[in-house]
Design a protein around this ligand. Structure first.
Ligand SMILES: [Zn+2]
Length: 305
């Protein structure tokens, strides 16, 4: 059996998998927000629970985090965790008595979908998560592309949106949490859809309300159309830089009803001319894909002999 933990800004999800990576059971706890020590304790608590459920004394464990682990210093770089600039991997490994595998959550997602997931039949897979933020990861022949800093695909949400990404529309350009203005994340994420409704129509709705009402509310339907144009422009950026065989979408925003049809409608207006376009697919394992990828990495790297 294998354990996966998805360490998020609001919850820590632990999931136990069998040897074929079938899910056995899972448990969510709230993420301690203020104290690093409490955060480490919560991770140890989730691991102890996984061990108990598995009935074993030690269990291979992979942890997906919403940020990076610096390859040289081992420090966690995750501004929305109480572990930013802390040696979380070392501290957790010391507490558990073996080297715990840490990986960026978007890369875990891409790894999961490239291996047995929606991208399984494709050589180069770009995993793209559209949720409260926007991030990605790249796999080639089933393996994560590491790059110099573990960055390939990860920061794709912080590339700039072309001014004319949606035809005939002046897009609202707002400041991104990264400090820059006009990043893709500011419009393609869940909060980005709400920002488009506010900026273009003066309408105040959350993303899930816009998704639910779009079919019967013409102005919200137009908002989703503009959103789809911007997402397709992001696909063009991905095509121009990585040229993947497929883009696998995950995250809460990928659950908008009819999202595939909406994106495919606008895709031909945005992709590079000539050549073969990437397939656009929805994640096979949905919200579980990240934690599945973390467990799969632990299984692959075999921490416990
Ligand atoms: Zn940004």
């Amino acid at each position: 059996m294998y354990g996966g933990i998805d360490l998020g800004g609001t919850k820590i999800e632990a999931c136990l998998f069998d040897s074929d990576l079938g899910e056995i059971t899972r448990r969510r706890v709230a993420t301690p927000r203020t104290s690093y020590e409490e955060l480490v304790d919560a991770l140890v608590g989730q691991y102890d629970w996984l061990r108990g459920e598995a009935g074993v004394t030690m269990l291979p464990l992979g942890v997906g985090i919403p940020g990076q682990v610096d390859v040289e210093t081992g420090l966690t770089l995750a501004s929305n965790l109480a572990a930013d600039e802390k040696p979380l991997r070392q501290d957790l490994s010391r507490r558990l008595g073996f080297p715990v595998l840490f990986e960026n959550d978007c890369r875990c997602f891409a790894f999961s979908e490239a291996n047995g997931g929606a991208g399984a039949d494709h050589e180069t897979v770009f995993g793209l998560i559209l949720g409260t933020g926007c991030g990605g990861g790249v796999c080639f022949k089933g393996a994560i592309v590491e790059g110099r800093n573990g960055l390939p695909g990860e920061e794709v949400g912080h590339l700039g949106i072309p001014a004319d990404a949606a035809p005939g529309v002046t897009l609202p350009m707002e400041r991104c949490p990264c400090g820059r203005k006009g990043c893709y994340e500011t419009l393609v994420s869940g909060p980005g859809i709400a920002r488009l409704a506010r900026g273009l129509k003066g309408l105040h709705f959350e993303a899930h309300e816009i998704a639910e009402k779009a079919a019967t509310h013409p102005e919200l339907g137009e908002v989703l159309d503009v959103w789809a144009h911007v997402v397709c422009e992001l696909f063009r950026t991905i095509q121009a830089t990585v040229d993947p065989d497929c883009i696998v979408l995950g995250g809460g925003v990928s659950r908008i009803p009819g999202v595939e049809k909406l994106l495919l409608k606008h895709l031909p207006d945005h992709l590079l001319e000539g050549g073969r376009p990437p397939a656009v697919l929805l994640a096979k394992y949905g919200d579980s894909s990240g934690v599945r990828g973390a467990a799969m990495l632990a299984a692959l790297k075999g921490q416990i002999s």
